[in-house]
Design a protein around this ligand. Structure first.
Ligand code: NAD
Length: 257
């Protein structure tokens, strides 16, 4: 394991444009469950009910969505960045990070000190919401307050009354164009691409490591369980993101000192 940590640190130090790609596994140590580990959200809720179409076309779909959101959002709100988020933010301070491409919606990379422009959010951000009719923006805290007061389907304020949707990408919803394009560009330009805490089964996000590899970057995967892309990895480091990323970045810091 130490040898792999050393190799990854070396790759990061030599790289001109290291990119980190994160998934739900980078935030489990902050207390936010991932989707696919046992006991995750989809063991208790049926994912097919939480589609974009169901949300925009059916009041019942929106009611169910907000019922789940009312349970999940407080977990996100109270979560604090963990050692992995801080280690990744430290890479930026050390001048060793081109950007983070994240599938996460929890805002924890930014809260760990990474400037917002360094974080490409492929699946949106759960701390914000907006009206689908007039575009008015809301904080998720405002919406959560409504839910707590007994509103089951929050609507935009008068005179609009439009559907309010969180700024997260629902199943079946188009990916944000600019972010997806930029993520692909950065993946293709980087020289080392480090996956941290992702099952790499959600597409098109899971294409990013393949774009990087195709363009000649070294691929590193730091994850608790196997992924379908493991065979493409130059270094595969199984384990928990917090301790491993902390060690890697510690070695980067020592090498650069
Ligand atoms: P996933 O749930 O499919 O996979 C998470 C992976 O992380 C698993 O392979 C698991 O073995 C690994 N993992 C769990 N804890 C870990 C740890 N401490 N260290 C290292 N690895 C760990 O997550 P995904 O690949 O991100 O895809 C799921 C989708 O769920 C994404 O679209 C994402 O938007 C969304 N999601 C986000 C959050 C969040 O924002 N925190 C939470 C749940 C789901």
């Amino acid at each position: 394991m130490l040898e792999k940590v050393e190799r990854i640190a070396d790759m990061i130090c030599r790289a001109g444009r290291p990119v980190v790609f994160t998934g739900a596994g980078v935030s489990t140590e902050s207390g936010i469950p991932d989707f696919r580990s046992p006991g995750g959200v989809w063991d208790r809720f049926d994912p097919s009910e939480f589609t974009f179409r169901n949300f925009v076309e059916s009041a019942e779909g929106r009611r169910k969505y907000w019922e789940l959101g009312r349970e999940v959002y407080p977990v996100i709100r109270k979560a604090e960045p963990n050692a992995a988020h801080f280690a990744i933010a430290e890479l930026h301070r050390l001048g060793r990070l081109d950007c983070v491409i994240t599938q996460n919606i929890d805002n924890l990379h930014q809260r760990a000190g990474l400037p917002a422009e360094k974080v490409i959010e492929l699946h949106g951000n759960a701390t914000r919401a907006r009206c689908l009719r007039c575009g008015r923006r809301y904080t998720r805290d405002e919406i959560h307050e409504c839910l707590e007061q007994g509103v089951d389907i929050p609507l935009c304020g008068p005179p609009c009354g439009g559907i309010i949707k969180p700024n997260t990408i629902l199943f079946g919803e188009a990916m944000p164009e600019e972010e997806t394009r930029e993520a692909e560009r950065r993946a293709r330009q980087c020289d080392v691409f480090i996956v941290v805490g992702s099952s790499l089964v959600v597409y098109p996000a899971a294409l990013m490591p393949l774009y990087a590899k195709e363009a000649g970057a070294a691929l590193v995967i730091v994850n608790l369980s196997d992924t379908p892309h493991d065979a493409y990895a130059d270094v595969l480091l199984p384990g928990r993101a917090g301790a491993l990323m902390e060690r890697i970045v510690e070695r980067v810091r020592q090498r650069l000192a």
